[in-house]
Design a protein. Sequence first.
Length: 202
Amino acid sequence: MNARTHDSTRTIIVVLVGLLAAFVLVRWLSARSPGVNRADAGASTIERMYTETHAVRGVDGRPGEAEDVAEVVQYDATHVFLWIATRFDNGASCGLSGIAGREDHAFVYRTRTLPPDGRLCTLVVDVGPEALRITDRQKPDGIATCNAFCGMRGSLSSVVLGHQRRLRAEDVAHLKHSVEFAEAEQEFKAGPPWTRSSVLPR
């Protein structure tokens, strides 16, 4: 190998090492940058179906099983669309859908109009590594705010869904073309009539 070939090889190696170092540095800075939108990351990772099967008793008193389900898809960088259905004893159930915004550690949904019971529903949806937790209480011992969306024995005060799977593209498309999604979007765009205040459980 002559001197010219040796110098060319060394130059190529130096350039490749430099490019690799620059790539690693850019990735590291991107991960640590304060400009990274953590709420956006939260919204995208929540896009799943969450379920939980549990024991219930029918109207005739016989034991059986029911499945609670929540489906969540990203609406924008800081909001998600929620569709929730839960089952209880004697055929009681809860059903709710709406667009929730990121607030601190959770997504929060609030009704824009007063339900029949005259109380604004506030639903807090907390996504953990092991389960999706849902409550309609501003504090652990507070008043349930979403009873208008439930039957006589239903409640959205302490819902825990421990099983999850990613939604397929067709599932997401189906949700975004549903009547529930259209109604939730209309409600969301109408804007809140209430005064914003802290609603997260303490």
